[in-house]
Write a protein that binds this ligand. Structure first.
Ligand SMILES: Cc1ncc(COP(=O)(O)O)c(C=O)c1O
Length: 434
């Protein structure tokens, strides 16, 4: 059966840029995923950065069962009780005055909705995003995603702009080294002002640029970015797909950076692995766009099943004190990664917040030339040794391990993962040395 299914996967599935693993996968529980041979692998990526409360948490399973007894899906115009309940609950997690939510499914969708809201509210259409950002694959979100995958699909939406990202380790304007002084934003916005037709709608940003290599902006970055957005009549949209709901030890990264965006998009970490996303804004913006006829009518808007799961995820984060866990285990992980950096010259930088860490691999620490070959070899070796780990590879920018395990991971599992990283790095360096 297993071999038949492996053959079926090759025969019948479109290859979408996925990593190639030797086997198919059958199940996942907590921080462990199991393949079709029964081999268990430690998951340092929380699935696709979603499963913050661990894979198949009993609370998620119970919520799915409960939805099965009540309602899985309804006519999109009908608001299920559980969606109203999640709306009220989510408002308590958002920084005031953000309180009105549109419940969707994917992160890309939540950003499409955010950009439509910003365009309708401002009357403009120009959107700025940061270099290395990733907001989704749809036309709107894809137009403002710069991490990869832009080539070969024709024109993007007119009016999309990019400004250099605040990468202190690898300054895109070759100006700073190790401390970003915000020149990237000033330069980028000057270029935008030159190009703009004066019809700005939004600046959209990930609070920590994830696919672009776990880039943590300076503390005052988003306060300044919001001021600059408003100066130009644009809204600030924060895409908190990965950072909201405890991942970095806070309710949101907006709270961490002391800024309140005009619109926030949340997704991955709200559904804990089930497709649930939300676009959240203030009463004022919601009322204005409603008056202007805002629509975002999808087959699965306000679906009850994912909403029930979202409630379960938020309740679990509270009940298991997972925000505090992210802070504590994040500090522990960082200390262990710092030790690894002492040992291996190839680790140029260790950065991140809470349980969202990046480890950048370089050929040498002075030139900081990215070591993509080492990154690929190490990731492969990690998997052989029982650790699923994600390397972000941007040819021009760096080879960065992205480490974001479930917040429920145990310290023993963290140790096991870091020990595997250590071993994989040594083995790969030996292999490269010949
Ligand atoms: C920050 C961010 N925003 C949006 C998305 C897109 O989310 P989805 O893949 O659910 O459409 C991603 C996906 O990786 C992401 O990392």
């Amino acid at each position: 059966m297993t071999d038949d299914l492996k053959a079926a996967a090759q025969e019948y599935l479109v290859r979408y840029g996925s990593d190639s693993f030797p086997n198919l996968f059958t199940s996942a529980k907590g921080s462990i995923v199991t393949d079709s041979t029964g081999r268990e692998v430690l998951d340092f990526t929380s699935g696709q950065m979603c499963a913050t409360i661990g894979h198949n948490h009993p609370a998620i399973v119970a919520a799915i069962e409960d939805a099965g007894k009540k309602a899985v899906h309804l006519f999109s115009g009908m608001i299920p009780e559980v969606v109203a309940e999640l709306g009220a609950k989510l408002a308590g997690w958002m920084p005031a005055p953000l309180k009105k939510s549109l419940f969707l499914n994917t992160g890309g969708e939540s950003n499409e909705a955010a950009l439509r809201m910003a365009k309708l509210h401002t009357g403009g259409h120009e959107v700025i995003a940061l270099g290395g950002s990733w907001h989704g694959t749809g036309a709107g979100a894809g137009s403002v995603s710069y991490a990869s995958d832009r080539k070969g699909y024709g024109p993007t939406i007119p009016g999309t702009y990019v400004i250099p990202e605040p990468n202190a380790y690898r300054c895109p304007i070759e100006h700073c080294r190790d401390a970003c002084d915000g020149a990237c934003m000033r330069v980028g916005l000057n270029m935008f002002d030159m190009a703009s037709r004066g019809e700005g709608a939004a600046i959209i940003a990930e609070p920590i640029i994830s696919a672009g290599g776990i880039i943590v902006p300076p503390d005052d970055y988003f306060v300044n970015l919001k001021r600059e957005a408003h100066k130009r009549g644009m809204l600030l949209v924060l895409d908190e797909a990965q950072t909201a709901f405890g991942r970095i030890g806070k309710k949101t990264a907006a709270e961490h950076f002391g800024v309140v965006p005009d619109i926030m998009a949340v997704s991955k970490t709200l559904g804990g692995g089930v497709p649930l996303a939300a676009t959240v804004t203030s009463d004022e913006i919601e009322a204005d766009i409603h008056d202007k006829g805002f629509t975002f009518y999808t087959s699965h808007v306000s679906d009850p099943l994912p909403a029930a799961v979202g409630l379960a995820v938020l309740a679990t984060i509270e009940a298991e004190d997972l925000m505090a866990a992210a802070v504590e285990k994040g500090a522990y992980l960082r200390a262990r990664l710092n030790d690894l950096q002492q040992k291996h010259e190839a680790i140029g930088d260790v950065r991140g917040e809470g349980l969202m860490m990046g480890v950048e691999l370089v050929k040498d620490r002075e030139s900081r030339q990215p070591d993509h070959e080492l990154g690929a070899l190490t990731t492969e070796r990690c998997f052989e040794l029982g650790l699923s780990m994600n390397i972000r590879r941007r040819p021009e920018r760096g080879a960065v391990w992205r480490i974001a395990p479930p917040l429920t991971i145990t310290k023993a599992e963290l140790d096991q993962g870091v020990d595997i990283l250590d071993q994989a790095l040594s083995d790969s360096l030996n292999k490269l040395a010949g």
